[in-house]
Design a protein around this ligand. Structure first.
Ligand code: NAP
Ligand code: ZN
Length: 347
């Protein structure tokens, strides 16, 4: 067992505090990673505050992790000491179900083991990336290309793959009009990735505040949806919409902006339902879909794609003692566009 410094929650309502957690001994297939940077995802906040259901405390969250391999188990072949690696939202899966055998661990029939707040193979509850070290099965460890700046790479492990996967699956590319709803951590990556795929991208954000940034990321347009009639003016415009919003929205108003046979994919995960009228779908033969992170294979593909296209998240590096302040800023959409914790400050 390794006792490591971390920052975590002791209840759904108290601020996060410094604490220590135990990491398991390095098994034959495990990799010990010295974490250097950890991104703050809105899912961390939903989780520690119990918005998705009750969890056990103390709980350390964080599933956007990059660092260096410092020890490998006897049977490890994919990673070596000194490698720059990443860990995303899952750290294990059953390996035997149809989904796992097809390389879709994120859709494991038994439910994959998530990086935090999940029951691990040894029966303990997984603890996430706001910590100095983590032990992970080598199959769930990604290679982070050297050309992606170290400080900025972490958010790719969740925000990057969660947006890359539906954009790839629903064919964002030349000749396709893609809208991204909400430009936070996930949304800004959706814009950059869809632009790199060759799509014509429009950002649908509540106010004009992020217009200049949207255009700088390569969007052709930014529409402030809080303005009267803004969505009505976009009727039948998009082939694909990626909704990244963390709160409930009127999906019917957004479905109306799809072309016939278009698809609205929700990756945003508010605890509340997203009601959809049958008539919003029937008339234009439209689809309302969801998407959950991506497989390990696709996560590596996304990292390589970002390296090839020179894409990196926009980040604000913070010390651990600013995590609670960062949470409040995420909740008020005052983040440009992802907070990343410098884990050297976890003392
Ligand atoms: P974030 O950084 O807080 O971004 C969310 C954005 O949504 C905000 O920047 C804001 O954009 C918009 N927004 C926030 N509150 C809103 C409201 N009340 N009404 C309308 N728009 C609002 O969050 P994130 O880290 O990108 O995560 C977004 C969501 O995706 C969360 O629910 C998270 O749990 C979920 N998620 C899902 C997956 C998956 O696999 N499906 C993976 C990771 C995260 P504007 O200021 O531009 O309006
Ligand atoms: Zn996340």
């Amino acid at each position: 067992m390794l006792t490591v410094n971390a920052y975590g929650a002791t209840s759904a309502t108290a601020p996060l505090v410094p604490l220590t957690i135990e990491r398991r001994d390095v098994g034959p297939n495990d990799v010990l990673i010295a974490i250097r940077y950890a991104g703050i995802c809105h899912s961390d906040i939903h989780t520690v505050r119990g918005e998705w259901g009750p969890i056990a405390y103390p709980q350390v969250v964080g599933h956007e992790i990059v660092g260096e391999v410092v020890e490998v188990g006897s049977d490890v072949t994919k990673h070596a000491v000194g490698d720059r690696v990443g860990v995303g939202c899952m750290v294990n899966s059953c390996g035997e179900c149809d989904a796992c055998l097809a390389g879709d661990e994120h859709m494991c029939a038994k439910g994959n083991t998530q990086t935090y707040a999940s029951v691990d193979c040894d029966g303990t509850i997984t603890q996430g990336g706001y910590s100095t070290h983590v032990v992970v099965d080598e199959d769930f460890v990604l290679k982070v290309p050297e050309s992606i700046p170290y400080e900025q790479a972490a958010p790719l492990l969740c925000a990057g793959i969660t947006t890359y996967s539906p954009l790839a699956r629903w064919g964002a590319g030349p000749g396709k009009r893609v809208a991204v709803v909400g430009m936070g951590g996930l949304g800004h990556m959706a814009v950059k990735i869809a632009v790199a795929m060759g799509a014509e991208v429009t950002v649908l954000s509540r106010t004009p505040a992020k217009r200049d940034d949207a255009l700088a990321f390569g969007a052709v347009a930014h529409v402030a949806t809080g303005e009267e009639g803004a969505l009505k003016a976009l009727r039948r415009r998009f082939d694909l919409i990626i909704n990244t919003v963390s709160a409930p929205l009127d999906m019917n108003a957004y479905l109306a902006t799809l072309k016939p046979q278009g698809t609205l994919v929700s990756v945003g995960a508010p605890p509340e339902p997203l009601p959809v009228s049958a008539f919003s779908l029937i008339g234009g033969g439209k689809s309302f879909a969801g998407s959950n992170i991506g497989s390990i294979r696709e996560t590596q593909e996304m990292l390589d794609f970002c390296a090839e296209h020179g894409i990196a998240p926009e980040t604000e590096l913070i010390s651990a003692d600013r995590i609670n302040e960062a949470y409040e800023r995420v909740l008020s959409s005052d983040v440009r566009y992802r907070f990343v914790i410098d884990t050297e400050t976890l003392v």
